[in-house]
Design a protein around this ligand. Structure first.
Ligand SMILES: [Zn+2]
Length: 387
């Protein structure tokens, strides 16, 4: 019997598993010194796209690298949003200067911009995060904003990053708040992958596939590292020490968190995060801080047992992460709750990756319930501190 080709292809897609990742990931103290040795594998004339806030420090470091492997290089400071206007401007620069490799250095917005420019010009890229603050570096995915900073959408990149290069010495000298935020973002990875597995939702690889066993295993490893070593690592980062725990948690925050979300999928925590981003005051906290409180909301939604909720709150508290809306600078007003519920439920699909039905009323309920839990927890801790 002959199977019609199209029908066979559709059946296969619905049940197929997919996995995607950068081509290479390298992490260690002092690795920035090797940046040109790595770069020559991909191009001779790199353009360094550098976060404007750290441009003087990073350009001085690039200049001080002893072995430039014969590269001619250019530097370009960027303080704008990860927006298509910025991408067009930088793409013109890259063309005019005759560069053949993009190297993004800095935080999520610059790194995402570098990914989009490399896609636009079909050039190789290296991604060099200067903080372990989010799941962005190892994800072949970019958030796109308007040039005024309003989030528009996430986009899968066509190319895979050639190399993610992490210098742990640089990471421990970034503000510890960024490291905490990275822990918050990474902590949600396993819970969201678990929700997607239960609901058989698709991941973020290409057009979306079922997760591989590999993705679930690495999401779980991400969680285990954080629970075991996260708090010690944060203390070490505050002392600017690259300890074995710091190295493990940098890997969890950067590689496992990025691979985990692309391959395991996202659910309520990142869905609610997008709602919090639109609420008044939501722009004042970091991505991972919003994801951390959103994770508490996700567990409330999923009906987690009390000891699981308390275990999570103990961890968030010890990791300097928020447990309430107010700690995110968002007041629980009627208007904010309406914005959060509307964005999360109607203009973003992630919360619908949970294995249960969710509507706007339910979202308001769980956000308020999680907020009350967080207040209760903080009041208890304060009493303990006083007595
Ligand atoms: Zn994230």
């Amino acid at each position: 019997m002959q199977i019609p080709r199209n029908a066979a292809a559709v059946t296969q897609l619905d049940s197929s598993r997919g996995f995607g990742c950068p081509q290479r990931y390298i992490q260690g103290p002092g690795e920035f010194e090797n940046i040109f040795l790595y770069a020559v594998e991909y191009g001779q004339t790199p353009l360094f796209l550098i976060d404007g806030g750290i441009f003087p420090m990073i350009s001085a470091r690039i200049q001080a690298v002893r072995d430039k492997a014969g590269c001619r290089y250019e530097t370009f400071p960027y303080s704008g949003e990860s927006c298509m206007e910025g991408v067009a401007e930088i793409a013109d620069q890259v063309r005019d200067l005759g560069c053949d490799l993009l190297i993004g250095v800095g935080g999520g917005k610059v790194l995402d911009t570098a990914k989009l420019v490399s896609d636009e010009l079909d050039l190789p890229r290296m991604i060099v995060p200067t903080a372990a603050s989010s799941d962005a570096p190892a994800a072949d995915w970019a958030a796109i904003y308007t040039k005024e900073g309003v989030h528009l959408m996430g986009r899968r990149t066509r190319r895979s990053t050639e190399l993610v290069l992490v210098d742990s010495e640089i990471i421990v000298h970034a503000p510890s708040r960024l490291f905490s935020a990275g822990i918050g973002d990474a902590l949600a990875t396993w819970y969201e992958a678990r929700a997607c597995e239960r609901s058989r939702s698709h991941n973020c690889v290409a057009r979306g596939y079922l997760p591989t066993r590999t993705a679930l295993a690495l999401s779980r490893e991400c969680y285990d590292i954080l629970m075991r070593e996260g708090i010690q690592a944060l203390q070490d980062v505050k002392a600017h020490v690259v300890s074995p725990q710091v190295e493990d948690v940098i890997e969890a925050n950067t590689l496992l968190s990025g691979l985990g979300f692309i391959n395991g999928g996202l659910a309520a925590a990142h869905g609610l995060h997008s709602g919090f981003s639109e609420a008044h005051g939501g722009e004042r906290s970091l991505h991972g801080e919003k994801v951390a409180f959103a994770l508490l909301c996700q567990l409330v939604l999923e009906g987690a047992a009390e000891d699981e909720l308390w275990k999570l709150m103990d961890f968030l508290y010890a990791a300097d992460l928020p447990l309430t809306l107010e700690q995110l600078d968002i007041q629980p007003t009627e208007e904010n709750l309406r914005i959060i519920a509307d964005k999360t439920c109607n203009r973003n699909s992630l919360i619908h990756h949970e294995p249960l039905a969710v509507d706007e009323d339910r979202i308001r309920q769980i956000v308020l319930e999680a907020n009350a839990l967080g207040h209760h927890y903080l009041a208890d801790r304060q009493k303990e501190g006083v007595s």
